[in-house]
Design a protein around this ligand. Sequence first.
Ligand code: ATP
Length: 228
Amino acid sequence: MQCIGILGGTFNPVHIGHIRPAVEVFEALRPVRIDLLPCASPPHKTEGNLLPFDLRVRLLEAAARPFPFLRVNTMENERSGPSYTYDTLCEYRRLYPHSGLFFILGAGDLLTLPDWHRGRQLTDMADIVVLPRSGRDIETFHHATRACWPDAAEIRAPAPLEALYRLPSGHHVRFLPQPRLDISATLIRERWLRGRNLSYLVPEAVLNTMQQHRDEITACWQREEPSV
Ligand code: ATP
């Protein structure tokens, strides 16, 4: 069955810690494509310093352009109210009834899944692919998976996966090891406000687009106090 990968996020802004993992997932799991799915109205994050949706999309498009398997999907901007991933996956199921879906997220975010709107039920519609982000991520993965889905059964993980669970729904939760990139959008925003050089932290084409919108970006991010 052909599969579509979905990498959701605020992407405020997109950085190499988003794009490199997408490449790793594509090479390991061979979906027909991976959708970068910017959140229009994040339920869990303050929106004060969030770049306008259209600008985040323009930056994502600049990042995705070199990779034919990456798409930017703006469907969350077509709904009103908070952008719940559960609703988004329902929409994907409706649009692509014959495709497998997997939702990609960093290990730290897996821990917060029970707090998401119908977070545990995302696996009624999609597999989950978890990526490392910091040192003890495999332990976090096992702990969070068992806490989230007590019925999950650990099964043998074929390479290159490091761990794999099967759920009663028939969906899977996977841990895919890859080089860790200790980069966050928070770090990018802080460095931008300090006038630091962002080369190799965001793709060059993204940086060029950011520079074209320099004043708008600075004004928006100045609404957040830099902490380092
Ligand atoms: P912020 O610093 O503003 O909280 P962020 O860098 O975590 O943002 P998001 O847009 O919230 O970026 O992330 C989207 C998805 O990408 C999440 O599942 C997140 O865990 C994952 N992700 C972000 N950065 C990395 C990274 N460096 N390595 C692996 N996964 C990442």
